[in-house]
Design a protein around this ligand. Sequence first.
Ligand SMILES: NC(=O)c1ccc[n+]([C@@H]2O[C@H](COP(=O)([O-])OP(=O)(O)OC[C@H]3O[C@@H](n4cnc5c(N)ncnc54)[C@H](OP(=O)(O)O)[C@@H]3O)[C@@H](O)[C@H]2O)c1
Length: 273
Amino acid sequence: MMIVVTGATGSIGRALIDTLRGEEVVAVVRRPVDLGCEYVLGDFDRPETIGKVLSAGDRLFLNSSLWPGVVTAQQAVIDLAREAGVAQVVSVSVRDARPGAPLGGGAHGEIDAHLRRSGLPWSILEPTGFMQNLLADVREGRFYGAYGSAKVNYIDTRDIADVAAALLTRPVGADATYVLTGPESPTHAEIAAAITAALGREVSYVDLPIPEMAAHAERRGLPGPVALEFATLMAEMGDARWSSLTSTVEEVTGRPPRTLATFLADHATAFHP
Ligand SMILES: NC(=O)c1ccc[n+]([C@@H]2O[C@H](COP(=O)([O-])OP(=O)(O)OC[C@H]3O[C@@H](n4cnc5c(N)ncnc54)[C@H](OP(=O)(O)O)[C@@H]3O)[C@@H](O)[C@H]2O)c1
């Protein structure tokens, strides 16, 4: 029985590989990389390259970033997992995923629906936004959004990995969806103050109207329509949809999720200078 980890080079995947030291693990990666564990080359765009890694009784961690072909690709890997007799799929979705939801929520909703009706034992992780996003977002002492003064939850991807590790190493439980949050839901002004304190230099949050935020996201590389959807979703957070907390991380792992202060202390040198 192997634990097969896809998306192993991402921020959840690397933390998961670290947590699973001592277990029988194989990472699926697109190019050779030293993760300190066995790896095979595989690409979701060629699902059979992942399917051939899977054997009866394996546990599969299903995770990748999003691209236009992700729904078809992940659904095909789910079908191959069922054919192989995989014992359990633990997948990474997003809070409030459902078909037709904005941004990644729609794609995840379609993948999740396919997994739930696959006949495979499943655990679907629905995390809020990642604290690790801040590492890319903070540039020249600023980061941008359209959240206003909304309280928004963020989670450290190491906690998502810890939940996944627990689910992948204990006996397969009942099918379930796990909504994962961090322990607090700050405003973005409060996040900026916390970063300023942790880095010892001024970092400010710049709140923009939706069209200007969309233009900013487009300059950062998002296609126009996606950038607009992204900015609109940020502004909709004012209804507090991502502010409530769950106790799921602690219930599954036995300890509370990491605070923003802990994330910042552990990553202070990883921010752009
Ligand atoms: N970011 C957030 O705030 C957030 C919040 C909630 C949920 N999520 C969800 O969390 C998941 C991971 O998010 P992320 O983008 O932040 O991950 P990430 O850390 O950027 O990692 C993505 C991983 O997917 C792999 N990958 C991408 N395309 C692949 C392909 N065609 N075949 C094989 N591997 C592929 C990447 O491998 P390479 O190293 O080869 O590129 C990498 O290991 C996504 O499903 C996202 O929707 C994200």
